[in-house]
Design a protein around this ligand. Structure first.
Ligand code: OGA
Ligand code: FE
Length: 286
């Protein structure tokens, strides 16, 4: 569903939007393969061999242009979406209520004929705890990344869709995350997302992500002053960010929208710690 690119989109003039100056963490230049461990690394091996360096950027308020954002152009969207979920910590309710809601939401947003939620992650900030620390909740991710790559996007379909995978891989599919606060307004560690059009393919650095039983691949991202960043200040529970993490279409649509948690300089020091939930979905276009 490629959109016509003929309109003069307001979002192209990010300079006019309110913005905060923030430090985002990018992959520093390196030689050799980038490898990170999802679980505890082997003895003597660091969790990642990448070095991440802070860069000051402007992060623009996406709210004034929210109606103009499109998953196929900027690679993300900010939508109002009230969920019927009462307790996001109740796994049964998530599967029974939230998964189908999100499947409908993504289907309508991108015009997919079939959407499959395959994963969810709840993050609750605990100060000075790194993400993926044993016995701690999952943490905000303070590094610019994209969840899937040209290789791992189709691999997810093969891993998850069994005998249907080959047939499904013949058509267009996308991987889209649905991200929302569990408690609003979300002031601590909001999520910044880059306009996919401002990111060059050479900015992406493949990162092996080693799990106990499989190796995934994500993209780390190198700094490029062209990146245009957005966020939704003070997100509420009835708002969601939809983030394109993969698209099988190779030209003319957004394929990857890099994102990262960041410290917003306008966040009051006593803001409640971030609590968010993200779903990962496969969207198939029939
Ligand atoms: C995601 C993601 C990080 C965060 O939803 O894909 O990278 O800090 N989240 O919420
Ligand atoms: Fe991510």
């Amino acid at each position: 569903m490629a959109l016509p690119l003929t309109r003069d989109h307001t979002v192209g003039h990010a300079e006019d939007l309110p913005a905060v100056t923030a430090v985002l963490h990018y992959l520093a230049p390196m030689v050799g393969r980038l490898v990170s461990y999802a679980d505890d690394p082997p003895d003597g091996v660091p969790r990642t061999n990448g070095v991440f360096e802070g860069r000051e950027v402007l992060v623009h308020d996406a709210r004034p242009v929210a109606r103009d954002l499109s998953l196929d152009r900027e690679g993300f969207a900010l939508v109002r979406h009230a969920s019927a979920v009462v307790d996001f910590h109740d796994e049964d309710e998530l599967r029974r209520v939230y998964y189908p809601e999100a499947e409908r939401l993504v289907g309508q947003a991108v015009g997919a004929s079939r959407v499959v939620v395959f994963d969810h992650t709840i993050r609750r900030r605990v100060w000075d705890v790194e993400d993926r620390t044993a016995d701690a909740p999952r943490q905000p991710v303070p590094r610019v990344h994209n969840d899937y790559t040209v290789k791992s996007g189709p691999q997810r379909v093969r891993d998850l869709m069994g005998g249907e995978a080959d047939e499904l891989l013949k058509g267009r599919f996308a991987i889209i995350n649905v991200w929302r606060p569990i408690r609003g307004p979300l002031l601590d560690a909001p999520l910044a997302i880059a306009d996919a059009r401002s990111v060059a393919f050479r900015d992406f650095v493949p990162n092996d992500l080693v799990f106990r039983h499989r190796v995934g691949e994500t993209y780390a991202v190198s700094y490029n002053p062209a990146h245009r960043w957005y966020y939704a200040p003070a997100m509420q529970r009835d708002e969601a960010l939809l983030i394109k993490c993969y698209d099988s279409v190779e030209v003319g649509v957004a394929r990857f929208a890099p994102h990262t948690a960041f410290d917003d300089p306008t966040t009051p020091p006593d803001a409640p710690p971030r609590e968010s939930i993200e779903l990962r979905t496969l969207a198939f276009f029939g």
